[in-house]
Design a binder for this molecule. Sequence first.
Ligand SMILES: O=C([O-])CC(=O)C(=O)O
Ligand SMILES: [Mg+2]
Length: 423
Amino acid sequence: MSDDRRQAALDYHAKPIPGKLSVELTKPTETAKHLSLAYSPGVAEPCREIALDPENAYLYTGKGNLVAVVSDGSAILGLGNLGPLASKPVMEGKGVLFKRFAGINSVDIEVEADSPQAFIDTVASIANTWGGINLEDIKAPECFEIEAALKARCSIPVFHDDQHGTAIVTAAGLLNALDIAGKTLATARIVCLGAGSAAIACMKLLIECGAKAENIFMLDRNGVIHSGRSDLNSYKAQFATETPLRTLDDAIDGADVFVGLSGPNLFKPEQLAKMAANPVVFACSNPDPEIHPDVARETRSDVIMGTGRSDYPNQVNNVLGFPFIFRGALDVRASAINEQMKIAAVHALKDLAREPVTQEVLDAYDVDSLEFGRGYIIPTPVDSRLLERIPAAVAQAAVESGVAGKPYPSHYPLKSVKEIYGR
Ligand SMILES: O=C([O-])CC(=O)C(=O)O
Ligand SMILES: [Mg+2]
């Protein structure tokens, strides 16, 4: 990053108030009467009601619109294990996106835990007072055990964003990109660089959406994950293929798709040059992609390129997922975010990209036109129709799959976050 942009990013976080989030009051507090309602003695009444029936927490507290963003800072973006405190800007950032795009209140919780079990116990012991738990930037393989244990112990949605949010957005973008390339997921040869949480969840979801396991080549630091390796944990072993290919150079030859969920600059122009016609390249490492989009386009004019960043076209980033998915899950009081809900989100996202973009989006990106095609395969985060479509699709799937505690909301589809604040 240039010095100017680095300083601008630091200033943005520091001024005029440190951090990016604040807490707002939703009730009047001007008079003694107000205070006697908000606090003692009035506050005792909702306490008694909740003690009688826990469901009353949804009526008298913010629980139903409140998500905890929880991390141990062990895999912050593509920066690595910088610890809980250094993860706070990202976790506050997720809170900004929850609020801005889906009207959801959130608080970031950074946990110092000596073991996955300590992390699980900490989160499980506070979970019940939240509407949902968004796990963020927790390294693999621990994240899998953590998510599974918390799902089993909690009756609210627990969602590891880096796995499922990223997977949903990648699947939607890839279905569209392959369509534009004149190819299909069922026959595409896919190379996935990275074998962490996002990579494993993405490839699993792609298989659910129609990709063939034998066409997927996943690589970790030691190269292609193949059946002859004895150093694989059980999560990676699911992707071991019977193949003589060993390196990225080998695997990329003739590949249709490159999905990067690894680290900066790990995909070389010479490797891109070896891909099949109309290659799809999602270089999703944040903040620095596996290959810079300018370099990719100089190398191949036929490339269909996405990154995780807001400053290049085709942002394949979980921002398009988690705010809207939680919105739908919270509004039907879902007990979980299941596969049906994830697939419904994939299709809602994919289909929205095929509709004409609105003036609001053109203005936000300062462009005259944006049409479904190589430079626009996935909606932009500022598209207010995301709030209309994704929560509706997710809520419907929750109802149909039996995890909803409430019927499909009568106030849906949502038109703007203002409706949510005012509800
Ligand atoms: O925060 C982002 O931009 C996407 C994300 O979850 C990550 O890279 O870990
Ligand atoms: Mg993340």
